[in-house]
Design a protein around this ligand. Structure first.
Ligand SMILES: NC(=O)c1ccc[n+]([C@@H]2O[C@H](COP(=O)([O-])OP(=O)(O)OC[C@H]3O[C@@H](n4cnc5c(N)ncnc54)[C@H](O)[C@@H]3O)[C@@H](O)[C@H]2O)c1
Length: 337
């Protein structure tokens, strides 16, 4: 059963806006002008209206969002109590050093921010320098050290480990790319190699690189970011699907091997998340798109990167104390469909 908030805000979800008598009417009017039905917003029903400004790459402007809020007599962002908010647990990562890959964008960036806000020191690694600079400038904690590097290169991995300064309590293997949705007969060697190099070899190599520091202290927590494509065959092309299934294998084997040494290893399997994740460099396969389209239409609405950071940091932190070898779907329930 839905609840109608007393006040709509830019932070209210698209679903909340649509259910609100005045908000729904205002949004539907806007969609009508654009010649689009309200169904088009179903995948983003759980996202704050505000997020559509970035997600639509300017097609929905900030001015339009502000005008919508004014039109319904809306309030400031914190006025809608029904909105999910990241709740910082002060001190949860006090004294801990956590390496986060893919930290320049999306899920990695949200994870790095959350760990730093909860007292941890973060080694934020990514191949994209500008995104890392933004990350560091956004955080007022002073606890984010950035390393620009490619996780497929051993020398860059060495620099990431060195930046941690000897102590590594956690590793979040977040960096990744998606494929072009191609099935086996269309998949190029280049696509296969590229997806595996980043999504599988990168995870393995970072894991291998941080284990000595964790073994020395007989403590550590590793969280790998898998995907819904690690749980099923109809979420991506063959390269991404196989790569994310490999991440599950890395997670389970590492959890088994190092459990007696105080090291926990888990994976989070996100469903759709509102990020700018990059494809492997080729246009999407028409075959793959057509075959998966009807299934992907039925999945739960996409999540925010902060939703995923909540799942990842739970497993990384001591709150995950008794959890190892788990593959946690963080997908709004997609995995039970
Ligand atoms: N967005 C989704 O819907 C979704 C769904 C399921 C799983 N995932 C997984 O979540 C993870 C994060 O994705 P995201 O959605 O935040 O995407 P994103 O593109 O916003 O972030 C990924 C980051 O990884 C970095 N990266 C790529 N190759 C790298 C390399 N060789 N070395 C270092 N950094 C590199 C990119 O520069 C980028 O900043 C990925 O592993 C992805 O497969 C995402």
């Amino acid at each position: 059963m839905s609840t109608t908030p007393r006040v709509l805000t830019a932070a209210s979800t698209v679903g909340t806006w649509l259910e609100h008598p005045e908000g729904g009417a205002a949004i539907r009017e806007l969609l009508e002008q654009a010649g689009v039905g309200a169904d088009a917003l179903a995948p983003v029903a759980n996202l704050p209206l505000q997020e559509l400004v970035t997600l639509s790459q300017g097609r929905l402007s900030q001015d339009v969002v502000d005008a919508l809020v004014r039109r319904v007599g809306g309030g400031p962002a914190d006025a809608d109590e029904s909105v999910w908010r990241e709740r910082i647990t002060p001190g949860r990562f006090d004294g801990r050093t956590v390496v986060v890959t893919g930290a320049a964008s999306g899920i990695g960036r949200a994870t790095a921010h959350r760990i730093a806000a909860e007292g941890g020191s973060v080694v934020a690694a990514d191949i994209t320098e500008p995104g890392l600079e933004t990350l560091a400038s956004e955080s007022d904690t002073g606890r984010i050290t950035t390393v620009t590097g490619d996780i497929t290169r051993d020398d860059d991995i060495d620099r990431i480990v060195t930046a941690a300064g000897g102590r590594i309590d956690g590793l979040a293997n977040v960096a990744g790319i998606v494929d072009d949705f191609s099935p086996a007969h269309e998949t190029s060697d280049e696509m296969w190699r590229r997806v595996f190099a980043i999504n599988v070899d990168g995870v393995f190599r970072l894991t291998r690189a941080v284990l000595p520091a964790m073994l020395e202290r007989r403590a550590g927590s590793i969280v790998n970011v898998a995907s819904e494509a690690a749980l099923r065959g109809n979420a991506a092309g063959i390269a991404y699907t196989a790569a994310k299934h490999a991440v599950v294998g890395i997670t389970k084997n590492t959890a088994f091997m190092y459990g007696p040494h105080g090291i926990r290893v888990n994976a989070v399997a996100p469903g759709g998340v509102a990020t700018g994740i990059a494809h492997g460099g080729a246009p999407d396969s028409a075959w793959g798109n057509e075959r998966t389209r009807d299934f992907l239409r039925m999945i739960p609405p996409i999540a925010t990167a902060q939703h995923l950071a909540a799942s990842i940091t739970f497993l990384l932190s001591d709150d995950g104390v008794n959890v190892s070898g788990a593959i946690l779907p963080s997908d709004g329930g997609w995995s039970v469909q």
